[in-house]
Design a protein around this ligand. Structure first.
Ligand code: GLU
Length: 490
Protein backbone atom coordinates (compact mmCIF):
# COMPACT_ATOMS: atom_id res chain seq x y z
CA UNK A 1 0.00 0.00 0.00
CA UNK A 2 1.09 3.53 -0.62
CA UNK A 3 1.66 6.02 2.12
CA UNK A 4 2.04 9.78 1.95
CA UNK A 5 5.76 9.66 1.26
CA UNK A 6 5.52 7.16 -1.59
CA UNK A 7 6.33 8.56 -4.98
CA UNK A 8 3.43 8.09 -7.40
CA UNK A 9 3.95 9.06 -11.01
CA UNK A 10 1.62 8.58 -13.90
CA UNK A 11 1.86 8.38 -17.63
CA UNK A 12 -1.37 9.66 -19.11
CA UNK A 13 -1.50 9.11 -22.86
CA UNK A 14 -4.40 10.11 -25.05
CA UNK A 15 -5.26 7.15 -27.27
CA UNK A 16 -5.61 9.27 -30.37
CA UNK A 17 -2.63 7.97 -32.30
CA UNK A 18 0.52 5.99 -31.84
CA UNK A 19 3.00 6.16 -28.99
CA UNK A 20 5.69 8.45 -30.33
CA UNK A 21 9.22 9.02 -29.20
CA UNK A 22 8.33 12.01 -26.99
CA UNK A 23 5.56 10.12 -25.21
CA UNK A 24 7.74 7.09 -24.76
CA UNK A 25 10.47 9.24 -23.22
CA UNK A 26 7.98 10.72 -20.75
CA UNK A 27 6.79 7.22 -19.87
CA UNK A 28 10.39 6.09 -19.43
CA UNK A 29 11.28 8.95 -17.10
CA UNK A 30 8.13 8.33 -15.05
CA UNK A 31 8.93 4.64 -14.87
CA UNK A 32 12.58 5.17 -13.95
CA UNK A 33 11.71 7.67 -11.27
CA UNK A 34 9.12 5.34 -9.74
CA UNK A 35 11.55 2.42 -9.78
CA UNK A 36 14.44 4.43 -8.44
CA UNK A 37 12.40 5.70 -5.50
CA UNK A 38 10.50 2.48 -4.82
CA UNK A 39 7.32 4.28 -5.83
CA UNK A 40 4.47 3.45 -8.16
CA UNK A 41 4.06 3.93 -11.88
CA UNK A 42 0.48 4.44 -12.97
CA UNK A 43 -1.01 4.30 -16.45
CA UNK A 44 -4.05 6.48 -16.94
CA UNK A 45 -5.86 6.64 -20.25
CA UNK A 46 -7.01 10.14 -21.20
CA UNK A 47 -9.75 9.29 -23.64
CA UNK A 48 -12.25 12.10 -23.19
CA UNK A 49 -11.85 13.17 -26.80
CA UNK A 50 -14.34 10.55 -27.91
CA UNK A 51 -14.09 11.39 -31.56
CA UNK A 52 -10.36 10.92 -31.80
CA UNK A 53 -9.80 8.19 -29.18
CA UNK A 54 -9.79 4.59 -30.30
CA UNK A 55 -9.36 1.28 -28.53
CA UNK A 56 -6.94 0.26 -31.23
CA UNK A 57 -4.66 3.16 -30.42
CA UNK A 58 -4.95 2.46 -26.70
CA UNK A 59 -4.04 -1.18 -27.19
CA UNK A 60 -1.13 -0.34 -29.47
CA UNK A 61 0.26 2.17 -26.98
CA UNK A 62 -0.05 -0.36 -24.17
CA UNK A 63 1.64 -3.01 -26.30
CA UNK A 64 4.45 -0.54 -27.04
CA UNK A 65 4.93 0.23 -23.34
CA UNK A 66 5.06 -3.49 -22.63
CA UNK A 67 7.58 -4.01 -25.40
CA UNK A 68 9.74 -1.31 -23.84
CA UNK A 69 9.43 -3.11 -20.51
CA UNK A 70 7.78 -0.10 -18.89
CA UNK A 71 5.35 -2.17 -16.86
CA UNK A 72 2.89 -0.21 -14.81
CA UNK A 73 1.91 -0.99 -11.23
CA UNK A 74 -1.60 0.43 -11.54
CA UNK A 75 -3.93 1.16 -14.39
CA UNK A 76 -5.72 -0.78 -17.07
CA UNK A 77 -4.37 -4.27 -17.45
CA UNK A 78 -3.26 -5.38 -20.86
CA UNK A 79 -4.69 -7.06 -22.85
CA UNK A 80 -7.76 -7.56 -20.61
CA UNK A 81 -8.34 -3.83 -20.10
CA UNK A 82 -9.43 -4.33 -16.50
CA UNK A 83 -8.86 -1.77 -13.78
CA UNK A 84 -5.99 -2.78 -11.61
CA UNK A 85 -5.34 -0.71 -8.49
CA UNK A 86 -7.20 1.14 -5.74
CA UNK A 87 -7.88 4.42 -7.56
CA UNK A 88 -9.76 3.28 -10.67
CA UNK A 89 -11.37 3.53 -13.04
CA UNK A 90 -8.17 4.38 -14.91
CA UNK A 91 -9.88 5.43 -18.13
CA UNK A 92 -11.20 8.95 -18.01
CA UNK A 93 -14.25 8.11 -20.10
CA UNK A 94 -15.32 5.87 -17.21
CA UNK A 95 -15.00 8.65 -14.63
CA UNK A 96 -17.52 11.17 -15.94
CA UNK A 97 -19.64 11.09 -12.78
CA UNK A 98 -16.57 11.95 -10.72
CA UNK A 99 -15.85 15.03 -12.86
CA UNK A 100 -19.50 16.07 -12.67
CA UNK A 101 -19.38 15.83 -8.90
CA UNK A 102 -16.28 18.04 -8.65
CA UNK A 103 -17.62 20.51 -11.19
CA UNK A 104 -20.74 20.85 -9.08
CA UNK A 105 -18.66 21.40 -5.99
CA UNK A 106 -16.92 24.27 -7.73
CA UNK A 107 -20.22 25.74 -8.89
CA UNK A 108 -21.70 25.40 -5.40
CA UNK A 109 -18.73 27.19 -3.86
CA UNK A 110 -18.93 30.01 -6.40
CA UNK A 111 -15.62 29.09 -8.06
CA UNK A 112 -17.22 28.06 -11.32
CA UNK A 113 -20.49 28.86 -13.05
CA UNK A 114 -22.86 27.65 -15.71
CA UNK A 115 -22.24 29.66 -18.83
CA UNK A 116 -24.73 29.89 -21.67
CA UNK A 117 -22.60 31.78 -24.16
CA UNK A 118 -22.97 30.32 -27.62
CA UNK A 119 -20.00 29.60 -29.89
CA UNK A 120 -21.01 32.54 -32.08
CA UNK A 121 -21.09 34.91 -29.12
CA UNK A 122 -17.68 33.75 -28.02
CA UNK A 123 -16.34 34.14 -31.54
CA UNK A 124 -17.70 37.68 -31.65
CA UNK A 125 -16.03 38.54 -28.35
CA UNK A 126 -12.75 37.17 -29.66
CA UNK A 127 -12.91 39.20 -32.85
CA UNK A 128 -13.68 42.33 -30.91
CA UNK A 129 -10.83 41.73 -28.43
CA UNK A 130 -8.48 41.16 -31.33
CA UNK A 131 -9.58 44.36 -33.03
CA UNK A 132 -8.98 46.28 -29.80
CA UNK A 133 -5.63 44.60 -29.20
CA UNK A 134 -6.80 42.86 -26.02
CA UNK A 135 -6.07 39.20 -25.15
CA UNK A 136 -8.93 37.03 -26.45
CA UNK A 137 -10.48 36.22 -23.10
CA UNK A 138 -14.11 35.33 -22.56
CA UNK A 139 -16.16 37.88 -20.70
CA UNK A 140 -19.23 35.99 -19.62
CA UNK A 141 -22.41 37.74 -18.50
CA UNK A 142 -23.28 34.52 -16.60
CA UNK A 143 -20.42 34.84 -14.13
CA UNK A 144 -22.67 36.00 -11.37
CA UNK A 145 -25.96 34.43 -12.33
CA UNK A 146 -27.50 32.57 -9.39
CA UNK A 147 -27.28 28.80 -9.47
CA UNK A 148 -31.09 28.57 -9.24
CA UNK A 149 -31.58 30.76 -12.27
CA UNK A 150 -28.98 28.83 -14.23
CA UNK A 151 -30.56 25.51 -13.26
CA UNK A 152 -33.96 26.76 -14.33
CA UNK A 153 -32.57 27.69 -17.76
CA UNK A 154 -31.00 24.28 -18.12
CA UNK A 155 -34.22 22.60 -17.05
CA UNK A 156 -35.89 24.56 -19.83
CA UNK A 157 -33.46 22.98 -22.28
CA UNK A 158 -30.67 25.58 -22.58
CA UNK A 159 -27.18 24.18 -22.97
CA UNK A 160 -24.48 25.31 -20.56
CA UNK A 161 -20.82 24.63 -20.02
CA UNK A 162 -19.27 24.79 -16.57
CA UNK A 163 -16.75 27.59 -16.68
CA UNK A 164 -14.04 28.27 -14.12
CA UNK A 165 -14.16 31.70 -12.53
CA UNK A 166 -10.61 33.03 -12.67
CA UNK A 167 -9.88 35.33 -9.74
CA UNK A 168 -9.81 38.90 -10.95
CA UNK A 169 -7.19 39.85 -8.40
CA UNK A 170 -3.81 40.58 -9.81
CA UNK A 171 -1.44 37.87 -8.64
CA UNK A 172 1.37 35.71 -9.85
CA UNK A 173 1.32 31.93 -9.93
CA UNK A 174 4.77 30.63 -9.24
CA UNK A 175 5.68 27.14 -10.31
CA UNK A 176 8.89 25.53 -9.08
CA UNK A 177 9.30 23.26 -12.01
CA UNK A 178 11.59 20.29 -11.46
CA UNK A 179 13.19 20.81 -14.86
CA UNK A 180 12.77 24.49 -15.64
CA UNK A 181 13.19 26.02 -12.20
CA UNK A 182 10.97 28.91 -11.20
CA UNK A 183 8.30 29.78 -13.75
CA UNK A 184 5.96 32.69 -13.13
CA UNK A 185 2.53 33.07 -14.65
CA UNK A 186 0.56 36.31 -14.20
CA UNK A 187 -3.05 35.57 -13.28
CA UNK A 188 -4.39 37.78 -16.07
CA UNK A 189 -2.77 35.44 -18.56
CA UNK A 190 -5.96 33.39 -18.67
CA UNK A 191 -9.62 34.22 -18.78
CA UNK A 192 -12.49 32.12 -17.44
CA UNK A 193 -12.05 28.69 -18.99
CA UNK A 194 -14.28 25.69 -19.57
CA UNK A 195 -14.18 22.73 -17.16
CA UNK A 196 -17.09 20.70 -18.47
CA UNK A 197 -18.57 20.94 -21.93
CA UNK A 198 -22.33 21.04 -22.35
CA UNK A 199 -22.16 17.34 -23.23
CA UNK A 200 -20.78 16.64 -19.74
CA UNK A 201 -17.34 15.87 -21.17
CA UNK A 202 -14.56 17.38 -19.10
CA UNK A 203 -11.71 19.30 -20.70
CA UNK A 204 -8.17 18.08 -20.21
CA UNK A 205 -7.09 20.59 -17.56
CA UNK A 206 -9.98 19.73 -15.32
CA UNK A 207 -9.99 15.94 -15.45
CA UNK A 208 -6.22 15.90 -15.25
CA UNK A 209 -6.30 17.77 -11.93
CA UNK A 210 -9.17 15.76 -10.48
CA UNK A 211 -7.46 12.51 -11.40
CA UNK A 212 -3.97 13.50 -10.34
CA UNK A 213 -5.36 14.56 -6.97
CA UNK A 214 -7.63 11.55 -6.42
CA UNK A 215 -4.98 9.15 -7.65
CA UNK A 216 -2.54 10.73 -5.16
CA UNK A 217 0.01 11.55 -7.83
CA UNK A 218 3.08 13.14 -6.26
CA UNK A 219 5.05 14.05 -9.40
CA UNK A 220 3.65 15.13 -12.74
CA UNK A 221 6.31 14.65 -15.41
CA UNK A 222 5.16 15.58 -18.87
CA UNK A 223 5.99 17.35 -22.10
CA UNK A 224 6.97 21.00 -22.19
CA UNK A 225 3.96 21.79 -24.36
CA UNK A 226 1.80 21.40 -21.24
CA UNK A 227 3.64 24.10 -19.31
CA UNK A 228 1.10 26.77 -20.23
CA UNK A 229 -1.74 24.51 -19.05
CA UNK A 230 -0.18 24.31 -15.64
CA UNK A 231 -1.35 27.74 -14.51
CA UNK A 232 -4.97 26.69 -15.12
CA UNK A 233 -4.33 23.47 -13.31
CA UNK A 234 -2.80 25.33 -10.36
CA UNK A 235 -5.95 27.44 -10.17
CA UNK A 236 -8.14 24.33 -10.11
CA UNK A 237 -6.00 22.69 -7.41
CA UNK A 238 -6.42 25.75 -5.23
CA UNK A 239 -10.14 26.04 -5.88
CA UNK A 240 -10.72 22.41 -4.93
CA UNK A 241 -8.41 22.63 -1.92
CA UNK A 242 -6.20 19.85 -3.28
CA UNK A 243 -2.51 19.66 -2.55
CA UNK A 244 -0.47 20.27 -5.70
CA UNK A 245 1.97 17.64 -6.93
CA UNK A 246 5.44 18.59 -8.09
CA UNK A 247 5.65 19.33 -11.78
CA UNK A 248 8.46 18.68 -14.22
CA UNK A 249 8.17 19.66 -17.86
CA UNK A 250 10.48 17.79 -20.23
CA UNK A 251 12.40 19.62 -22.88
CA UNK A 252 11.14 19.23 -26.40
CA UNK A 253 12.79 16.87 -28.85
CA UNK A 254 14.07 18.33 -32.11
CA UNK A 255 14.95 16.62 -35.35
CA UNK A 256 18.40 17.01 -36.87
CA UNK A 257 17.15 20.17 -38.66
CA UNK A 258 16.34 21.61 -35.20
CA UNK A 259 12.61 21.61 -35.90
CA UNK A 260 10.26 19.87 -33.49
CA UNK A 261 10.50 16.11 -34.09
CA UNK A 262 7.60 14.97 -36.22
CA UNK A 263 6.63 12.40 -38.83
CA UNK A 264 8.53 14.47 -41.36
CA UNK A 265 11.73 13.22 -39.74
CA UNK A 266 10.91 9.61 -40.56
CA UNK A 267 9.83 7.07 -38.01
CA UNK A 268 8.72 8.64 -34.77
CA UNK A 269 6.41 5.93 -33.50
CA UNK A 270 7.77 3.34 -31.11
CA UNK A 271 6.27 0.60 -33.21
CA UNK A 272 8.14 1.79 -36.30
CA UNK A 273 11.42 1.53 -34.43
CA UNK A 274 10.47 -1.92 -33.21
CA UNK A 275 9.77 -2.99 -36.78
CA UNK A 276 13.03 -1.47 -37.92
CA UNK A 277 14.88 -3.79 -35.58
CA UNK A 278 15.71 -1.63 -32.61
CA UNK A 279 16.05 -3.38 -29.27
CA UNK A 280 13.82 -2.12 -26.46
CA UNK A 281 16.75 -1.78 -24.07
CA UNK A 282 18.68 0.24 -26.65
CA UNK A 283 15.66 2.38 -27.42
CA UNK A 284 15.24 3.11 -23.69
CA UNK A 285 18.94 3.86 -23.36
CA UNK A 286 18.86 6.27 -26.26
CA UNK A 287 15.65 7.98 -25.11
CA UNK A 288 16.98 8.36 -21.59
CA UNK A 289 19.84 10.42 -22.99
CA UNK A 290 17.42 12.76 -24.79
CA UNK A 291 17.07 15.17 -21.92
CA UNK A 292 19.03 13.45 -19.16
CA UNK A 293 22.65 12.50 -18.68
CA UNK A 294 24.28 10.04 -16.35
CA UNK A 295 26.50 11.51 -13.62
CA UNK A 296 29.61 9.88 -15.10
CA UNK A 297 28.69 10.70 -18.67
CA UNK A 298 28.10 7.00 -19.38
CA UNK A 299 26.42 6.55 -22.76
CA UNK A 300 25.61 2.86 -22.80
CA UNK A 301 23.40 1.91 -19.90
CA UNK A 302 21.32 -1.14 -19.11
CA UNK A 303 17.81 -0.70 -17.71
CA UNK A 304 19.20 -1.60 -14.30
CA UNK A 305 21.85 1.12 -14.56
CA UNK A 306 19.27 3.63 -15.75
CA UNK A 307 17.10 2.85 -12.75
CA UNK A 308 20.02 3.30 -10.40
CA UNK A 309 21.43 6.46 -11.94
CA UNK A 310 18.31 8.30 -13.06
CA UNK A 311 17.38 11.41 -11.14
CA UNK A 312 15.19 14.41 -11.78
CA UNK A 313 17.93 16.91 -11.00
CA UNK A 314 19.86 15.77 -14.05
CA UNK A 315 17.07 16.52 -16.50
CA UNK A 316 18.08 19.17 -19.04
CA UNK A 317 15.85 22.04 -19.95
CA UNK A 318 17.54 22.71 -23.29
CA UNK A 319 15.86 21.00 -26.24
CA UNK A 320 17.23 17.58 -27.08
CA UNK A 321 18.28 16.77 -30.63
CA UNK A 322 17.29 13.38 -31.96
CA UNK A 323 20.29 11.93 -33.73
CA UNK A 324 19.42 8.74 -35.54
CA UNK A 325 23.07 7.84 -36.16
CA UNK A 326 23.66 7.86 -32.44
CA UNK A 327 20.54 5.80 -31.94
CA UNK A 328 21.90 3.19 -34.33
CA UNK A 329 25.23 3.21 -32.54
CA UNK A 330 23.53 2.67 -29.18
CA UNK A 331 21.48 -0.12 -30.73
CA UNK A 332 24.48 -1.77 -32.35
CA UNK A 333 26.38 -1.66 -29.08
CA UNK A 334 23.56 -3.34 -27.13
CA UNK A 335 22.96 -5.81 -29.93
CA UNK A 336 26.57 -6.93 -30.21
CA UNK A 337 26.81 -7.40 -26.45
CA UNK A 338 23.96 -9.93 -26.36
CA UNK A 339 24.91 -13.58 -26.01
CA UNK A 340 24.27 -15.47 -29.21
CA UNK A 341 21.33 -17.48 -27.91
CA UNK A 342 19.55 -14.28 -26.97
CA UNK A 343 20.58 -12.46 -30.13
CA UNK A 344 19.23 -15.32 -32.23
CA UNK A 345 15.93 -15.19 -30.35
CA UNK A 346 15.64 -11.48 -31.24
CA UNK A 347 16.76 -11.86 -34.86
CA UNK A 348 14.77 -14.97 -35.73
CA UNK A 349 11.34 -13.29 -36.19
CA UNK A 350 12.88 -10.89 -38.73
CA UNK A 351 14.56 -13.74 -40.63
CA UNK A 352 11.34 -15.77 -40.62
CA UNK A 353 9.33 -12.79 -41.73
CA UNK A 354 11.66 -12.41 -44.71
CA UNK A 355 11.08 -16.08 -45.55
CA UNK A 356 14.66 -17.21 -44.96
CA UNK A 357 15.26 -20.89 -44.26
CA UNK A 358 18.20 -21.42 -41.95
CA UNK A 359 19.66 -24.27 -39.90
CA UNK A 360 18.10 -24.93 -36.51
CA UNK A 361 21.46 -25.91 -35.06
CA UNK A 362 22.47 -23.47 -32.28
CA UNK A 363 26.18 -23.94 -33.06
CA UNK A 364 25.61 -22.91 -36.65
CA UNK A 365 23.49 -19.96 -35.50
CA UNK A 366 26.18 -18.82 -33.12
CA UNK A 367 28.87 -19.16 -35.78
CA UNK A 368 26.78 -17.17 -38.25
CA UNK A 369 26.05 -14.47 -35.69
CA UNK A 370 29.68 -14.06 -34.79
CA UNK A 371 30.53 -13.26 -38.39
CA UNK A 372 27.44 -11.18 -39.21
CA UNK A 373 26.80 -9.23 -36.03
CA UNK A 374 29.72 -6.90 -36.57
CA UNK A 375 27.87 -5.63 -39.65
CA UNK A 376 24.53 -5.36 -37.87
CA UNK A 377 23.27 -2.11 -36.42
CA UNK A 378 19.66 -3.25 -36.21
CA UNK A 379 17.97 -6.63 -36.21
CA UNK A 380 16.60 -5.91 -39.68
CA UNK A 381 20.16 -5.71 -41.01
CA UNK A 382 20.42 -9.44 -40.36
CA UNK A 383 18.02 -10.21 -43.22
CA UNK A 384 20.34 -9.18 -46.05
CA UNK A 385 23.37 -10.62 -44.29
CA UNK A 386 21.73 -14.01 -43.82
CA UNK A 387 19.94 -14.11 -47.16
CA UNK A 388 22.92 -15.62 -49.08
CA UNK A 389 23.11 -18.53 -46.64
CA UNK A 390 19.39 -19.25 -46.62
CA UNK A 391 18.70 -22.62 -48.21
CA UNK A 392 16.65 -21.58 -51.18
CA UNK A 393 17.22 -22.07 -54.86
CA UNK A 394 19.53 -19.39 -56.17
CA UNK A 395 18.27 -16.76 -58.53
CA UNK A 396 20.77 -15.63 -61.11
CA UNK A 397 20.79 -12.14 -62.50
CA UNK A 398 22.24 -10.74 -65.72
CA UNK A 399 25.65 -10.14 -64.23
CA UNK A 400 25.74 -13.82 -63.18
CA UNK A 401 24.93 -14.83 -66.75
CA UNK A 402 27.62 -12.58 -68.10
CA UNK A 403 30.16 -14.11 -65.71
CA UNK A 404 29.18 -17.65 -66.62
CA UNK A 405 29.58 -16.81 -70.31
CA UNK A 406 33.30 -16.26 -69.92
CA UNK A 407 35.19 -19.01 -71.61
CA UNK A 408 36.76 -20.48 -68.47
CA UNK A 409 33.82 -20.07 -66.09
CA UNK A 410 32.15 -23.45 -66.52
CA UNK A 411 35.49 -25.15 -66.05
CA UNK A 412 36.11 -23.23 -62.86
CA UNK A 413 32.70 -24.08 -61.42
CA UNK A 414 33.05 -27.72 -62.42
CA UNK A 415 36.41 -27.93 -60.68
CA UNK A 416 34.99 -26.16 -57.63
CA UNK A 417 32.04 -28.55 -57.53
CA UNK A 418 34.25 -31.63 -57.74
CA UNK A 419 36.59 -30.49 -55.01
CA UNK A 420 33.76 -29.61 -52.69
CA UNK A 421 32.07 -32.91 -53.46
CA UNK A 422 35.17 -34.86 -52.50
CA UNK A 423 35.64 -32.87 -49.29
CA UNK A 424 35.08 -35.04 -46.22
CA UNK A 425 33.03 -33.18 -43.63
CA UNK A 426 29.83 -31.16 -43.53
CA UNK A 427 31.24 -27.65 -43.56
CA UNK A 428 34.41 -26.20 -45.05
CA UNK A 429 36.47 -24.05 -42.74
CA UNK A 430 37.91 -20.78 -43.98
CA UNK A 431 41.22 -22.56 -44.53
CA UNK A 432 39.57 -25.44 -46.40
CA UNK A 433 37.95 -22.88 -48.65
CA UNK A 434 41.24 -21.08 -49.37
CA UNK A 435 42.94 -24.36 -50.11
CA UNK A 436 40.21 -25.54 -52.48
CA UNK A 437 40.17 -22.18 -54.22
CA UNK A 438 43.94 -22.47 -54.77
CA UNK A 439 43.50 -25.97 -56.16
CA UNK A 440 40.85 -24.73 -58.62
CA UNK A 441 43.15 -21.89 -59.63
CA UNK A 442 45.93 -24.36 -60.36
CA UNK A 443 43.75 -26.91 -62.12
CA UNK A 444 42.10 -24.33 -64.40
CA UNK A 445 44.99 -21.97 -64.91
CA UNK A 446 42.88 -18.85 -64.15
CA UNK A 447 43.25 -16.17 -61.56
CA UNK A 448 41.76 -12.87 -60.39
CA UNK A 449 38.18 -12.19 -61.34
CA UNK A 450 38.10 -15.21 -63.68
CA UNK A 451 38.57 -17.35 -60.60
CA UNK A 452 36.65 -15.51 -57.90
CA UNK A 453 33.60 -14.38 -59.78
CA UNK A 454 32.43 -17.74 -61.18
CA UNK A 455 32.91 -19.32 -57.76
CA UNK A 456 30.88 -16.55 -56.21
CA UNK A 457 28.12 -17.12 -58.75
CA UNK A 458 28.23 -20.80 -57.83
CA UNK A 459 27.89 -19.95 -54.13
CA UNK A 460 25.47 -17.02 -53.98
CA UNK A 461 24.17 -16.59 -57.54
CA UNK A 462 25.91 -13.24 -58.01
CA UNK A 463 29.45 -12.27 -59.01
CA UNK A 464 29.60 -9.61 -56.26
CA UNK A 465 28.70 -9.70 -52.60
CA UNK A 466 29.97 -10.64 -49.19
CA UNK A 467 33.31 -12.34 -48.88
CA UNK A 468 33.23 -16.03 -49.75
CA UNK A 469 35.54 -16.96 -46.92
CA UNK A 470 32.77 -15.78 -44.61
CA UNK A 471 29.84 -17.30 -46.48
CA UNK A 472 31.25 -20.65 -47.57
CA UNK A 473 31.84 -21.97 -44.03
CA UNK A 474 28.15 -21.29 -43.31
CA UNK A 475 26.85 -23.38 -46.20
CA UNK A 476 26.91 -27.14 -45.84
CA UNK A 477 28.60 -29.28 -48.42
CA UNK A 478 25.42 -30.56 -50.08
CA UNK A 479 24.11 -27.02 -50.48
CA UNK A 480 27.39 -25.90 -52.05
CA UNK A 481 27.27 -28.80 -54.50
CA UNK A 482 23.65 -28.21 -55.41
CA UNK A 483 24.30 -24.49 -55.94
CA UNK A 484 27.25 -25.26 -58.20
CA UNK A 485 24.93 -27.53 -60.20
CA UNK A 486 22.39 -24.73 -60.51
CA UNK A 487 25.10 -22.36 -61.76
CA UNK A 488 26.19 -24.90 -64.35
CA UNK A 489 22.63 -25.53 -65.48
CA UNK A 490 21.15 -22.09 -65.96
N1 GLU B 1 -3.10 13.24 -22.19
C1 GLU B 1 -2.09 14.23 -22.13
C2 GLU B 1 -1.15 14.05 -23.30
O1 GLU B 1 -1.13 12.96 -23.88
C3 GLU B 1 -1.34 14.10 -20.82
C4 GLU B 1 -0.71 15.35 -20.35
C5 GLU B 1 -0.27 15.21 -18.91
O2 GLU B 1 0.59 14.34 -18.66
O3 GLU B 1 -0.78 15.92 -18.07
O4 GLU B 1 -0.46 14.94 -23.70
Amino acid sequence: MSNSSTVRVRFAPSPTGYLHVGGARTALYCYLYAKKTGGQFILRIEDTDLERSTDESMRQQMADLNWLGLHWDEGLSFPELEDHGPYGPYRQSRRLDIYAEYAEKLVASGKAYYCFLTDEEIEKQRDQAKAEGRPPQVDSPYRDMSIEEARARMAAGDQAVVRFKVDKVDRQYVLNDLVRGEVTFPSDMVGDFVLLRSTGMPVYNFCCVVDDALMKITHVLRAEEHLSNTVRQMMIYEALGFEKPQFGHMSIILGSDRQKLSKRHGATSVNDYRERGFLPEAFNNFMALLGWSSPEGQEILSMQELQEQFDLDRLHHAPAVFDEDKMKWVNATHLRALDHGELWRRVEPFLNEAGLILPKDPDWQSRALSVFKTAMETLVDAVELFRPVSSQALSFDDSAKETMNWESSKLVVQAWREKVQSFTGDYLSEDDFSRIQDEVKEACGVKGKFLFMPIRVAVIGKPHGAELKILVPLLDKSTLVSRADQALAF
